[in-house]
Design a protein around this ligand. Structure first.
Ligand SMILES: Cc1cc2nc3c(=O)[nH]c(=O)nc-3n(C[C@H](O)[C@H](O)[C@H](O)COP(=O)(O)O)c2cc1C
Length: 181
């Protein structure tokens, strides 16, 4: 009975990486490192693979990467304002080690955007002037993070009944249960 909702959520996630205007393109990523304070930030969802693993790009010196090394249990929050559809994803994050995939991702990034991964100083370093950031020309700190979801919560606000479904991954199967919204 929950299959319809599963199809909808997977369809929307898949659409978000090909449709530039799709609201799931920008996702809130939550990490909790050793200091035990949830840290949230927006990232761009770049790929959704056949197992529904979610991939985004970042600078390997960033705080989120440190957090993932300390604790790889992360959350991702998606919201679609027209569908009134929220997805809460919980999963395990891995720094992508597949060099071929990494090279492929890197070579497909627009030249102007490559700057985002080549600052001389690490992201979050203090600077006296935002125009004075130096960039490396022959090196980069690009990395891709793959999140393997183990729980996805679907919530749609609608009349007469809101719909809330918890999908849990057991082995490689997803099972859904309705919850009180
Ligand atoms: C619209 C938007 C998209 C962003 N996309 C990314 C992204 O794909 N990857 C990334 O590392 N940071 C991205 N950022 C910056 C992050 O939100 C964050 O400020 C930065 O990565 C530092 O986070 P951290 O110190 O917690 O690691 C984006 C910010 C905005 C406003």
């Amino acid at each position: 009975m929950t299959q319809h909702f599963w199809s909808e959520l997977t369809e929307e996630l898949n659409k978000s990486v090909t449709e530039k205007e799709h609201p799931y393109r920008f996702v809130t990523l939550g990490t909790v490192g050793n200091e035990r304070l949830a840290r949230l930030r927006t990232v761009v969802l770049r790929h959704v693979n056949e197992n529904l693993n979610l991939i985004f790009y970042t600078d390997k010196r960033s705080k989120k990467v440190l957090h993932i090394k300390e604790n790889n249990r992360v959350s991702m929050l998606f919201y679609h304002p027209e569908l009134l559809l929220q997805l809460k994803v919980e999963g395990l994050a891995y720094i992508l080690k597949d060099e071929d995939a990494k090279d492929r991702y890197w070579s497909n990034i627009h030249e102007n955007s490559k700057k985002d991964y080549t600052s001389h100083k690490a992201p979050g370093s203090e600077i006296s002037n935002p125009d004075h950031v130096e960039y490396l020309t022959n090196d980069h700190y690009f990395c891709a993070i793959e999140v393997e979801p183990f729980k996805i919560e679907y919530l749609k606000l609608k009349r007469p009944n809101h719909i809330r479904v918890r999908f849990s991954k057991e082995n490689s199967d997803w099972n859904g249960e309705f919850l009180v919204p």
